[in-house]
Design a protein around this ligand. Structure first.
Ligand SMILES: Cc1cc2nc3c(=O)[nH]c(=O)nc-3n(C[C@H](O)[C@H](O)[C@H](O)COP(=O)(O)OP(=O)(O)OC[C@H]3O[C@@H](n4cnc5c(N)ncnc54)[C@H](O)[C@@H]3O)c2cc1C
Length: 453
């Protein structure tokens, strides 16, 4: 492994967007920075692979129109001309049918919800997205609130399956505060009723490569294959990090790795801190990516609100970015979030692919396995944090009892949904706590990065 430069001010552990954005802000302020990434490649969940002569994310990604921090970074990196926003379409599969779900007219046509509950759905959605203050709803179960205020049929045929799909066994514990964050995010992306989502020409790799280049230009030391295995402390300070048998020392350390990998390293010397960090749990996600000769439908984002499917969403990427960008291949993600204890977490690749593809025909009767050119699978155990009731009490402080160690991770993206944009907000807040001026990073309505800083 490459040796650390002697005069390094800040070592950042974790080369996902939180770590890289923190490195960018710190280096801009003149700090001498190094980033240690466990994997071969930087980018974490933003990584891509080659398909049809282009790049595609392992996990579907798009941006929102109000992503102020992300828009700023893209501009600052000089790649604003690569960012575009497009109208997309959404649908819901329930009771054996695909319903369009894009406008008030679609809601009126949505049979599984009664007329009274359609009215309640509209009012409750506006309330959550525009009026509600999340702080008041941390101890309120989203599911219970939605049953009461959005109507029983809305909860049963829409919200309940969606929360189950997103949080699996944790669905009942999701606080309404999280729904407020999510609704705000979704409604902020709508213009005249249409959802417009953002993407970059050449995929998120365009952002990643521009960021890595800017970091290299600012002499940030980027060290890959550098998994931190041990934190060696002396008194209340980190003395060094053990990386592949080597010891790495700097003035300050910012930990951006998923916190479930961090807390065991602190258990011996700092049990209370380790315990606090361990309270934030993660769950996993897998995406089976279908490369096809034909499209499945015209819908970009289909929520599966029916029991018995191994995936919770079908994201037909080429209904957002044309198939011509991928040498004519039509691309769909079958997305599934899972708890670490679920059977699917340990199933083989072949079992998962077979299971998912076999159920597609139920939703899309015209689909045939002969339409499949290729099939890919990507899986992560740290897709998101389990933000359950009163989650804010679990969020560890960025500044810790270890004098020169700071924390910034997905744990700090609450009550907003975790996202690329919100990771940049968290990075800016962490830098501020470390005494690095970041006031120039604009903020829109992000609710991330407020707790623990
Ligand atoms: C299925 C899915 C869909 C998503 N869709 C969107 C979307 O549409 N829009 C959007 O904006 N966001 C989306 N996101 C969220 C977004 O990808 C994340 O919020 C963001 O990438 C998190 O970045 P991070 O740096 O905090 O974490 P990560 O990307 O997980 O990075 C952490 C890094 O730490 C490294 N690491 C771990 N252990 C060690 C160690 N011991 N030593 C050194 N390094 C270590 C890891 O290898 C990793 O690279 C999605 C995520 C998923 C999973």
């Amino acid at each position: 492994m490459e040796a650390l430069r002697e005069d390094t001010d800040l070592v950042i552990v974790g080369g996902g967007i939180t770590g890289l954005a923190s490195a960018y802000l710190a280096a801009k302020a003149g700090k001498k920075v190094a980033v240690l990434e466990a994997g071969e490649r930087f980018g974490g969940l933003l990584n891509t692979f080659e398909i049809g002569g282009n790049k595609l994310e392992f996990y579907y990604h798009h941006f929102f129109m109000h992503d102020a921090e992300l828009n700023w970074l893209i501009k600052d990196l000089g790649i604003a001309d690569q960012l575009f926003f497009k109208k997309t379409s959404m649908g819901v599969y329930t009771e054996g049918k695909i319903y369009d779900f894009n406008s008030p007219k679609d809601l009126l046509k949505f049979k599984p919800i009664s007329w009274v509950d359609k009215f309640k759905f509209g009012l409750s959605t506006i309330f959550l997205g525009k009026v509600a203050q999340w702080e008041k709803y941390e101890g309120v179960s989203a599911m219970e609130w939605l049953r009461k205020w959005a109507g029983k049929s809305t909860a049963k045929s829409l919200w309940e399956p969606l929360l189950k799909v997103k949080f699996g066994p944790f669905a009942n514990q999701v606080p309404l505060a999280w729904m407020v964050g999510r609704m705000r995010q979704r409604m902020g992306s709508r213009k005249g009723g249409d959802e417009r989502l953002g993407y970059l020409t050449g995929s998120l790799d365009t952002l990643l490569q521009a960021l890595l280049k800017a970091l290299a230009d600012m002499n940030v030391q980027l060290i890959n294959n550098a998994r931190v295995d041990e934190i060696i402390t002396e008194g209340n300070k980190i003395q060094s990090l053990k990386v592949q048998g080597a010891h790495i020392s700097a003035k300050d350390y910012l930990m951006t790795l998923p916190s479930n990998y961090l807390y065991p390293m602190l258990a011996k010397g700092f049990p209370a801190l380790s315990q606090q960090i361990s309270r934030v749990q993660y769950f996993g996600a897998m995406c089976v990516i279908l490369e096809m000769t034909k499209p499945l439908s015209e819908i970009y984002w289909l929520n599966i609100a029916s029991e018995g499917f191994p995936f919770g969403g079908v994201i037909e990427h080429t209904n957002f970015i044309p198939a011509s960008e991928y040498a004519g291949s039509h691309i769909a993600y079958l997305s599934r979030y899972f708890a670490h204890e679920e059977a699917i977490a340990t199933m083989t690749e072949e079992e998962i692919k077979k299971d998912m593809v076999s159920k597609l025909k139920v939703i899309y009767p015209a689909f045939s396995e002969a339409d499949l050119k290729n099939i890919h699978l990507f899986k992560t155990m740290t897709a998101a944090t389990v933000c359950d009731m009163n989650f804010s009490n679990k969020i560890p402080n960025c500044k810790t009892e270890i004098e020169n160690m700071y924390l910034a991770s997905m744990s700090h993206v609450y009550p907003d949904e975790r996202s690329t944009n919100n990771s940049i907000r968290v990075a800016a807040e962490a830098c501020r706590v470390m005494g690095i001026e970041t006031d120039y990073v604009p903020a829109n309505q992000s609710l991330a990065g407020k707790i623990g800083f």
